[in-house]
Design a protein around this ligand. Structure first.
Ligand code: PLP
Length: 419
C-alpha cells in the first residue's frame, strides 16, 4: 500500500499524519503475520465448503417447520469444519451472542449444578443470564444453578492455585475476548490451551465451554482444536463475515450440540426443524470471514500504534499477541469518548448523519455509547466503536468490512480528539 498516498489524501493535521505514517511502519510486521493467519483460515474454510459439495440448490429458502433442509445441514457442516468441531448448530433463530450463550448454558446445566467461570466475571449481558447481580426473571440462579468465578490476571489466566479441587463444576466457562474489561487481555490460542489443560486436570468431569465472541479466525486454531467441548458465538461478529444479517452458532462435540439443539427447539425435535431463509448470505459471509477478521485486526494494531504514539494508553499494545479483534483505547473523559464515537459514526456508510448519544441498552449496567453506522443493526464485525460510560472511559474499536474504510475512520477519530 502506498502509505504516504492515503495518509496525504486523508488531510490529517501534520502531527497526526506523521503519527499515522509511523504507526504503519511499526505495524508492518504484525500485518504480515495477520495475512499468514488469514491465508491458513481461508484454506480451512474453503476445504469445508468443498467437503459438502455445495451447490446452487443449497441456497434455497426453507419454510414452515424447515424439515429436510439440505442447505441448512450443509451450512452446519461447513461451520463445524471451519471452526474445528465435530458438529454445529447455526441458526438465524438465535437472536444474538448472548442468546446463543444462554441456550448453551441452560442446555448443559441442571439445578444444583455449578457453573465455574475461569476468566473473571463474564461479559456484561451474561450477568443477567446468570443472575449474579440480583434477582433476574428466568436466570440460572432462579433455576437453582450455582455460579462461581475466579478472578484472572492481566494475561487472562487465573492463578493455577485458584482452581479449587473441592469445587465440582458441571461447566467450566472461559471467555476468550476481554469484553469491556480493561483488567485482562484476550486469550491467545496458547493460553487457551494451557487453561483448558489445567481445567481438565483439576475438573476431569466438567465440560469446557468457551464464549468465542470476537475470537473466530483471529489465530490459526479455534478453542475446539485446543480442547474445548463447545464454542459459542454471534454471526454479526467475525464468522458472519459482514454478510450474515443475524444469528448465532454453537460448535463442538456431538453430545453437547445435541443438548443445545434440545434447548433451542425441543427435545425430540433437536436440530431437525427450523426454517432458514437467506442461506446464500450465511455461506458467503463465512467464506468472507477470515478476510474480514484480517481487515479488523490490521486496523486494530494500526489504531493501537497510532493512539499510543498520540499519548493514549491502549489495550492491547500493537505488538502484543491477540485473541480477539477488539482494540481498547483509554480516553479518560466522557467528552473524548463521545467525540471518538461520533467521528467513527460520521465516517460510516450508513447513518453517517446521525450523532450517537449515550443511552441505556438491555443487559448493560452502565449507559453505553455506540458508533455502529453498519449495514446490519449493531453488527460489530463491521467497523464500530462502543463504550460503557464509566471510568477510565475507554472506547472499544472493532471490525472492518474493508481495510481502507477502517483506517480512514480510525484517522477521523484521532483527528476528532484534537479538535
Ligand atoms: C458480543 C459479545 C457477547 C454477546 O453479545 P451480543 O451483543 O448479545 O451478541 C458475549 N460475549 C462477548 C465477549 C462478546 O464480545
Amino acid at each position: 500500500m502506498g502509505s504516504e498516498h492515503w495518509i496525504k489524501q486523508s488531510n490529517l493535521p501534520p502531527r497526526l499524519a506523521a503519527a499515522a505514517e509511523e504507526a504503519l511502519r511499526l505495524t508492518a510486521g504484525r500485518w504480515e503475520t495477520i495475512d499468514q493467519i488469514a491465508f491458513a483460515n481461508q484454506r480451512r474454510v474453503l476445504e469445508s465448503f468443498q467437503a459438502v459439495r455445495l451447490g446452487e440448490e443449497d441456497f434455497q429458502d426453507s419454510s414452515g417447520y424447515g424439515y429436510h433442509d439440505r442447505g441448512r445441514e450443509k451450512l452446519e457442516s461447513v461451520f463445524a469444519g471451519a471452526l474445528q468441531g465435530e458438529t454445529a448448530l447455526v441458526r438465524p433463530q438465535i437472536v444474538s451472542g448472548t442468546h446463543a450463550l444462554t441456550v448453551a448454558l441452560f442446555a448443559l446445566l441442571r439445578p444444583g449444578e455449578l457453573l465455574l467461570c475461569l476468566t473473571g466475571e463474564p461479559y456484561d449481558t451474561l450477568q443477567s443470564v446468570i443472575g449474579s447481580r440480583g434477582e433476574e426473571e428466568g436466570s440460572l440462579k432462579e433455576w437453582g444453578i450455582g455460579y462461581r468465578y475466579l478472578p484472572c490476571g492481566p494475561n487472562g489466566l487465573p492463578e493455577p492455585s485458584a482452581l479449587d479441587p473441592g469445587l465440582e463444576p458441571r461447566v467450566v466457562y472461559i471467555q476468550r475476548s476481554a469484553g469491556y474489561s480493561l483488567h485482562r487481555l484476550s486469550l491467545t490460542e496458547a493460553r487457551l490451551e494451557e487453561l483448558i489443560g489445567q481445567a481438565r486436570r483439576v475438573y476431569p468431569q466438567a465440560w469446557v465451554m468457551v464464549d468465542n465472541c470476537y475470537g473466530e479466525f483471529v489465530e490459526y486454531n479455534e478453542p475446539t482444536a485446543v480442547g474445548a467441548d463447545l464454542i459459542v458465538g454471534s454471526l454479526i461478529k467475525n464468522p458472519g463475515g459482514g454478510l450474515a444479517p443475524g444469528g448465532g452458532y454453537a460448535v463442538g462435540r456431538e453430545a453437547m450440540i445435541h443438548k443445545v439443539a434440545a434447548r433451542l427447539t425441543a427435545p425430540g425435535l433437536y436440530g431437525n426443524l427450523g426454517a432458514v431463509a437467506g442461506k446464500r448470505s450465511l455461506f458467503q459471509g463465512l467464506f468472507m470471514a477470515p478476510s474480514l477478521v484480517s481487515n479488523a485486526l490490521k486496523n486494530a494494531v494500526f489504531a493501537a500504534a497510532l493512539f499510543e504514539l498520540l499519548g493514549y494508553t491502549v489495550r492491547p499494545r500493537y505488538d502484543a499477541p491477540r485473541g480477539d479483534i477488539v482494540q481498547a483505547i483509554i480516553l479518560k473523559s466522557p467528552a473524548q469518548v463521545t467525540r471518538f464515537c461520533r467521528a467513527v459514526q460520521a465516517a460510516s456508510p450508513v447513518e453517517a448523519h446521525v450523532s450517537p448519544e449515550p443511552g441505556s441498552l438491555p443487559g448493560y449496567p452502565d449507559p453505553v455509547i455506540m458508533a455502529a453506522g453498519t449495514f446490519f443493526q449493531g453488527a460489530s464485525g463491521e467497523l464500530s466503536a462502543d463504550a460503557p460510560l464509566r471510568d477510565p472511559y475507554a472506547v472499544f474499536l472493532q471490525g472492518g468490512l474493508t481495510l481502507p474504510h477502517a483506517l480512514w475512520a480510525t484517522c477521523r477519530a484521532a483527528t476528532a480528539l484534537f479538535q
